[in-house]
Design a protein around this ligand. Structure first.
Ligand code: ZN
Length: 190
């Protein structure tokens, strides 16, 4: 139940890593036509769905606030409980991502990342006032390329989420979709 803070990263100075991450984050903006790609907007979740061969892989980026209502390491038992509940929900994301049954998809590896929560490649101390919770959700399917929609559970599960911006890369083409509450079906096809 108790967590003993962020995992240690021996040999890496937080300051150096922050600077390196800063470069990494700034780089895509240099020559890109998508300045809003990394925007941190409360209420908004970004998804990138890639359908390739037998897999459906979903990359999620979101402000941490969307899920737990704060953007720092948990400071009380109730905050800790909240984080544990959210992480449990996202690690078994059947209700978050109900993929078109025609694909016959089963959940594969899930990885969650949040520096504020000490998950994944977190950089520990940060001067930023905001924090994210990102995830990668992989599904293995017998007919992935036939799928045409995913019913998303975010609006039901997390009150703060109001909009989902998604990019889909599938054998049927590339699609961009914006869903506003309560429209929870992410659909694509020509
Ligand atoms: Zn924020």
């Amino acid at each position: 139940m108790t967590r003993s803070g962020s995992p240690a990263w021996p040999g890496i100075k937080p300051g150096a890593l922050c600077a390196w991450l800063g470069l990494l984050l700034a780089w895509p903006l240099a020559g890109s036509a998508q300045p809003a790609a990394r925007a941190h907007v409360h209420g908004q979740v970004k998804l990138e769905v890639v359908i390739d061969g037998p897999t459906v892989v979903i990359e999620m980026s979101s402000p941490l606030d969307n899920f737990v209502g704060f953007e720092h390491a948990p400071r009380s038992d109730s905050e800790r409980q909240r984080v544990d509940d959210v992480l449990a929900r996202l690690r078994l994301p059947d209700e978050m991502f109900k993929i078109d049954p025609v694909g016959n998809c089963k959940l594969g590896p899930v990885s969650l990342r949040s520096a504020a929560l000490g998950l994944g490649k977190g950089e520990g101390a940060s001067a930023e006032a905001h924090a994210d919770l990102d995830g990668t959700f992989a599904f293995n399917c017998t007919n992935a390329t036939a799928t045409k929609f995913i019913d998303l559970g975010f609006f039901n599960a997390f009150r703060s989420v109001r909009q989902i911006d998604a990019q889909i890369a599938s054998p049927q083409g590339q699609f961009q979709r914006t869903l506003k509450k309560p429209n929870a079906r992410l659909a694509w096809s020509k």
